[in-house]
Design a protein around this ligand. Sequence first.
Ligand code: HEC
Length: 113
Amino acid sequence: MNTGRIQTSIAVTLLSLSFTVHSEELRARAIFEEKCVLCHGYEGKGDGRMQKLLDPPPSNFHISELSLDSMVEIITNGGESVGRSISMPPWSSELTELEIEMVANYVFGLRNH
Ligand code: HEC
């Protein structure tokens, strides 16, 4: 057994794992900036430029109590599909399932920040 080699390979695995997580977060942030800030605002506080035109207003993710699954649902199919505002568009034709999962994780992670 070569413990040095095992340690190195563990280190490499952890490094590439953290790189994957980090790059997913960057990708999610890029999607958010491109498609969501207009309504939800740069910090996800529901204060984007469209805010004044929308009633109900865009959600503030920092105080959201929605589960991650429900977020995926509303992002995928839009507000209307879950009995909420039609102003929240469906994204399934714009984003892949993986992208929706990533951006849902991103906005879910904003709460309590
Ligand atoms: C045209 C404006 C608009 C855009 C663009 C938009 N949203 Fe929304 N979103 C809304 C509105 C308005 C609501 C609140 C709906 C309601 O309360 O009935 C909402 C609600 C949500 C909710 C539910 C949160 C909660 O706590 O109830 C999530 C999650 C969400 N949006 C994610 C996103 C994501 C992710 C994007 C970008 C891919 C996005 N939205 C783009 C307007 C928008």
